[in-house]
Design a protein around this ligand. Structure first.
Ligand code: BES
Ligand code: MN
Ligand code: ZN
Length: 512
């Protein structure tokens, strides 16, 4: 039997393949079809027509009788009583039909496929006859289904457990859709790995273990890997990472993952906050706020997952990922509020609150990334409760060194279905970070605009002349509520796909 630990290193995703047969004749256990709303009631979407033909036009009246209208998010199962080879039909709502079949919103397709896949746990094979007229649509269906089939049950030994959906077949006659299924699988593997890492209990994922998994997996994907252990971090002057990690018996690590393409013209550097558990340190969190702080490494997870996908997709770009890994714990060796640390950039920081630790590890990663001479640095972090206050649980905040880059990142994220909103970096918040004794304090005790103040803190450490963007994913990294679309309960994998899209945006040969 494989151990829990061994299983963590390789993310399991359901297999997916394409099939050009139609929804009336495909041999499968379950058949997923899309339904649009219309003034006359539910209407079969592209892909569902062959099934509707085999049912002699009975699909819409049956769904209507069941109270199903075709709104996005709706899902219902109906038996086929032998009318087609599939024994059950899963109808999913796609909302209003777009003007043309080619214009289906990709996120609508991903979510519908995800809802269907989630409802099919325990099923061996399901055919997805959703709109897939273009390679992009086929990819969206495949990706939504793969991510919706996600399951994290490795810690459960009892209870009635269903295996996740076994095999996904995407029905599409789109030429060139082959590549899109491969791309969906690569993205799903990365997102699945990130979710697994976030969901893993922090005792099983101390910084050294995270670094080991990164090394093992990244090396196989052809990435270069450099790991700085505690001694190397001290020696190298990484005062932020060392300071945050010094209270834990599990020492910190900085992992550098490198990917290079011979035709690359641009270098992107990603920096992830990797607090494997955030207790707050001596500025201890109340236990209710500590409950899901195993997810405080979600930014480092996203950076790791993105680097893997970039390498596996062979993107024509140079990409470097930094995982800033530490456990924030209180102890006799922990840093104290009012301690001053010297960061890798040489700037000193007065630690007014040890719970504002993410920015301390990030600035060491950001400053180090400057040595790679990147065109752009993007950091991703579960950084502030202020992000959740401002934007809620699902929408990340995006801040940047210039408006154009911020808008670009927001647009790329939204196109992936990763909700994002641009946020300012108001100059007037800088003075709140003045320290009476050091170059800067790690928080404004007044706490207003804390998401923005954190961004302003980070900006002070961005190397001169490098474009920089910051994603605060505190809420979206972890879903405490019920699953929806292709998002499970627990770790979501937020920002992984946005980072891959960013790397693609900077590929050689792309229009700027
Ligand atoms: N990891 C937390 C931020 C967080 C909060 C992530 C809720 C996910 C959900 C971060 O390290 C933190 O503690 N931030 C403090 C900073 C404060 C002390 C300035 C916060 O935002 O409350
Ligand atoms: Mn904290
Ligand atoms: Zn934190």
């Amino acid at each position: 039997m494989r151990t829990r630990q061994a299983r963590l290193a390789s993310a399991y995703v359901t297999t997916v393949r394409l099939n050009a047969s139609d929804s009336g004749s495909v041999e499968t256990d379950a058949l997923v079809v899309g339904i649009n709303t219309s003034p006359d009631g539910p209407r079969p979407a592209p892909g569902a027509q062959a099934l509707d033909g085999a049912l002699t036009g009975g699909l819409a009246p049956t769904l209507s009788a069941l109270g199903f209208s075709g709104k996005a998010g709706e899902i219902t199962k109906i038996p086929t009583f032998g009318a087609v080879p599939a024994s059950v039909v899963v109808a999913v709502g796609l909302g209003d039909a777009p003007a043309e079949d080619g214009a289906y919103d990709l996120e609508v397709l991903r979510r519908a496929a995800g809802n269907a896949a989630r409802s099919l746990a325990g099923t061996a094979t399901a055919a997805f006859a959703l709109p897939a007229a273009t390679p992009e649509q086929a990819e969206a269906v495949a990706l939504g289904a793969l991510l919706g089939a996600y399951d994290f049950s490795r810690y459960r030994t009892t209870g009635d457990q269903k295996a996740p959906l076994g095999e996904i077949v995407v029905l599409s006659d789109a030429s060139a859709a082959d590549g899109s299924v491969a791309r969906a699988t690569t993205l799903a593997e990365s997102v699945t790995l990130v979710r697994d890492l976030v969901n893993t209990p922090p005792s099983d994922l101390p910084p050294a273990r995270f670094a080991e998994i990164a090394e093992e997996t990244a090396t196989k994907a052809g990435l270069s890997v450099e790991i700085l252990d505690e001694a190397a971090l001290k020696e190298g002057g990484y005062g932020g990472i060392v300071g945050v990690g010094q209270g834990s018996v599990n020492p910190p690590r900085l992992v550098r993952l490198g990917y290079a393409h011979p035709d690359a013209q641009t270098t992107v550097a990603f920096v992830g906050k990797g607090i494997t558990f955030d207790s707050g340190g001596l500025s201890l969190k109340p236990s209710a706020s500590m409950a899901w702080m195993k997810s405080d490494m979600g930014g480092a997870g996203a950076v790791f997952g993105a680097l893997l996908a970039i390498a596996r997709l062979g993107l024509k770009v140079n990409a470097i990922g930094y995982l800033c890994l530490a456990e924030n714990m209180p102890s006799g060796t922990a840093q104290r509020p009012s301690d001053v640390l010297t960061t890798y950039a040489g700037k000193t920081v007065e630690v007014l609150d040890t719970d504002a630790e993410g920015r301390l590890v990030l600035v060491d990663g950001i400053a180090r990334a400057g040595e790679d001479d990147p065109d752009i640095i993007v950091d991703v972090a579960t950084l502030t409760g202020g992000q959740i206050v401002a934007l809620g649980w699902r929408t990340c905040g995006v801040m940047a060194s210039d408006d154009e880059l911020r808008e670009e990142v927001v647009d790329l994220a939204v196109a992936q279905g990763e909700a994002a909103w641009g946020m300012p970096l108001p100059e007037d918040l800088r003075k709140g970070l003045d320290s009476p004794i050091a170059d800067i304090a790690n928080l404004n005790p007044e706490r207003s605009g804390s998401m923005l103040a954190a961004g302003i803190f980070l900006r002070e450490f961005v190397p001169e002349g490098v474009r920089w963007a910051h994603l605060d994913i505190a809420g979206p990294a972890y879903n405490k509520e019920a699953p929806y679309g292709y998002i499970p309960k627990g770790g979501t994998g937020m920002a992984t796909r946005t980072l891959v899209a960013l790397a693609e945006r900077y590929e050689a040969g792309r229009e700027a």
